[in-house]
Design a protein around this ligand. Structure first.
Ligand code: CA
Ligand code: CA
Length: 290
């Protein structure tokens, strides 16, 4: 009797323990999300400056939020890139992520087949038949991507995602396709200019201004393709032309990224704003690395 009672009590305590941990974790997740939401509400106010102290907030227990303001054009617009018939940037990007030329062109052909209206499979691509064979009905959508996440449905993108878990951070489906060089990450500028990423550092240093930090009031703004080419030490006419075609200097679509934290829990909420209107909101996995 006593043994059985003891076991019941023990089991009860264990369940209670598990509950408490579960509840604590849930509370942490909820609280981190609330903090991230708070950050977004503060950040979207028109009076907020790019280096406003209100973009960062910490409570005495260490929980809080950090908001990063950038532009959506700091990313590659996958629809614009595919529509342009690009044969340079996407292959270069996938190769830099470790895809073989064959695997890379298969992914690119499949991305093209996904957005073109017809059902004719391009060389290494994938259309309705190919997805059906794999047991996937209703694919491809045969229209431009409306969400970055839709790209994951394309044949071969699982491999990309395995090699580059942060692949989403490179793409957008918004904007006119030209990359905002005042906000883009060094690796993306290196990709467009076809230079090693070290060669982009003088440009990053210039952009950061005297204090060495991006997104502060002393930042310098890049203003012309020629200036960009000079800072990168790029003089080849073809590359300069590519630069001129694919860059801009102030993307009009604002991207607000707010990370709320509570204990070990991080939650990242994104709000995209155009002409003061929210056009997309969602949650993404917390950053790895960048
Ligand atoms: Ca198609
Ligand atoms: Ca600065």
């Amino acid at each position: 009797m006593i043994t059985v009672m003891g076991m019941v009590v023990l089991a009860g305590t264990k369940a209670l323990d598990a509950d408490t941990r579960g509840t604590r974790e849930l509370r942490g997740r909820t609280f981190a999300k609330r903090l991230a939401q708070m950050g977004l509400e503060v950040a979207r106010h028109p009076a907020i400056k790019i280096d406003d102290p209100l973009l960062h907030y910490t409570l005495p227990d260490g929980s809080g939020y950090d908001v990063r303001l950038t532009t959506e054009e700091a990313r590659l617009n996958i629809n614009a890139l595919l529509a342009s018939g690009d044969k340079v940037l996407l292959p270069r990007l996938l190769a830099s992520w470790g895809l073989s030329p064959e695997a890379g062109s298969a992914v690119i052909d499949s991305l093209r087949d996904w957005i073109d209206e017809d059902d004719k499979t391009s060389l290494k691509g994938a259309e309705k038949r190919d997805y059906q064979k794999a047991g996937l009905a209703g694919l491809p959508y045969n229209r431009p991507f409306r969400e970055v996440d839709e790209m994951l449905l394309v044949r071969g993108m699982d491999l990309v995602s395995k090699l580059r878990p942060d692949w989403r951070e490179w793409f957008t489906v918004l904007g006119d396709g030209r990359v905002d060089v005042n906000q883009a990450r060094p690796e993306l500028i290196a990709l467009i200019a076809n230079v090693p990423v070290e060669r982009v550092m003088p440009l990053i240093t210039f952009r950061a201004g005297k204090d060495g930090a991006q997104n502060t009031r002393d930042d310098n703004r890049l203003a012309s393709p020629v200036q960009v080419a000079q800072l990168l030490g790029v003089y080849q006419p073809q590359t300069v032309e590519l630069l001129t075609r694919w860059v801009q200097f102030a993307g009009p679509i604002k991207r607000l990224e707010s990370t709320g934290r509570c204990g070990d829990v991080r939650r990242r909420l994104v709000l995209i704003v155009q002409n003061q209107q929210a056009i997309w909101r969602g949650e993404l996995p917390p950053h790895h690395g960048s």
